[in-house]
Unconditional design. Structure first.
Length: 326
């Protein structure tokens, strides 16, 4: 299985002072926010926004909707159950190809988290090291590997794909030479257990697919703009706080979800390893969630290799423009 495929209405108060009656309190607008996976520090910036009441300040009553193997992101956003969902450019491109009217309105992970993980005694440091290697991965990710090879002029047919579950064990047992996984998952699990690994971030070798992206429908952008600005403003503030103190963000995650089976050491390392994926000189200059035309062009090229034809108007930065201008 792939990592992702495994991995109430308020009412505005009535002004009745003129009638000698008390003014009714204004209820916050209910908003659903669909996460892409189970609760963990992966979404800690959102937890901070909720915990500190920044969405309430914006007039929103936000419900964080947990993702998981039985909770795909796109359907709730299409149905309006969720105003915004956490997705990725390839999933969004696939949904748009099937007729969904989505826009990407923010990019949390500036670098795609896919890596090739290997052991120090037999490392994969560049794509050129892949021919002759046995790679453990989900068969569904074959287009990802093929795209990486195409971008780097590597002979795809010289690599042996070994279908594996999403686990580090095949690598540890030397059943494979490397794994296709997320930087913040299996390498973290190995490190926590005292096993050193070498990770080659595919984004450093041309694999440009925006990940942990915020998606909304075209209808929402037209009719629920104030709510989108409020929600994304809270996200921006939450992730800024996360960056400043990943340990505090980790502890908040554990405190909010005590029954999620989360290990502090693992969550703390994951939180630290997310930072260079989510922040860059671009976000330092323009703000969290930003992207530029160059990264969109690179995404379009990689998505074409994955079989998705998209245009630059899939990305809509107008919400972030409004937030960061303020």
């Amino acid at each position: 299985m792939t990592r992702r495929g495994l991995v109430a209405g308020g009412m505005a108060g009535l002004a009745m002072g003129g009638l000698g009656l008390p003014r009714r309190a204004v209820a916050n607008t209910p908003v659903g926010f669909q996460l892409s996976w189970l609760h963990s520090v992966q979404f800690a910036g959102s937890y901070i926004a909720l915990d500190k009441g920044w969405w309430r300040e914006a007039g929103l009553d936000v419900t964080l909707m947990q993702g998981g193997p039985n909770a795909p992101v796109e359907p709730p956003v299409v149905a309006g159950t969720a105003l915004v969902g956490i997705s990725a450019a390839d999933y969004t491109a696939s949904a748009v190809a099937q007729g969904a009217k989505f826009k990407i309105i923010g990019v949390a992970m500036q670098k795609n988290p896919f890596v090739i993980a290997s052991l120090p005694d037999n490392p994969v440091k560049t794509p050129a090291d892949l021919p002759g290697k046995r790679i453990g991965m989900a068969i569904a990710n074959t287009p990802v590997l093929r795209a990486l090879c195409s971008l780097n002029n590597v002979d795809f047919d010289a690599i042996t794909i070994v279908p594996t579950q999403y686990s580090a064990q095949p690598l540890i047992a030397h059943e494979v030479d490397c794994l296709l996984c997320w930087e913040t998952d299996l390498p973290v699990a190995m490190a926590v257990n005292g096993i050193e690994s070498v990770t080659m971030l595919m984004a450093d070798h041309g694999y440009s697919v925006h990940s942990q992206t915020y998606i909304a429908t075209e209808d929402s952008l037209a009719s629920r703009r104030k709510e989108l600005v409020g929600l994304m403003s809270g996200e921006v503030r939450g992730w800024q706080d996360y960056r400043a103190d990943t340990a505090a963000a980790t502890d908040l995650t554990l405190r909010m979800f005590p029954d999620a089976g989360l290990d502090r050491k693992t969550q703390l390392l994951q939180a630290e390893r997310q930072v260079p994926l989510m922040f860059s000189t671009l976000t330092d200059a323009h703000g969290f969630g930003w992207w530029d035309e160059e990264s969109v062009s690179a995404n379009i090229e990689t998505l074409a290799l994955l079989g998705y034809k998209v245009t630059p108007d899939l990305w809509d930065r107008s919400i972030l423009d409004e937030i960061h201008a303020g």
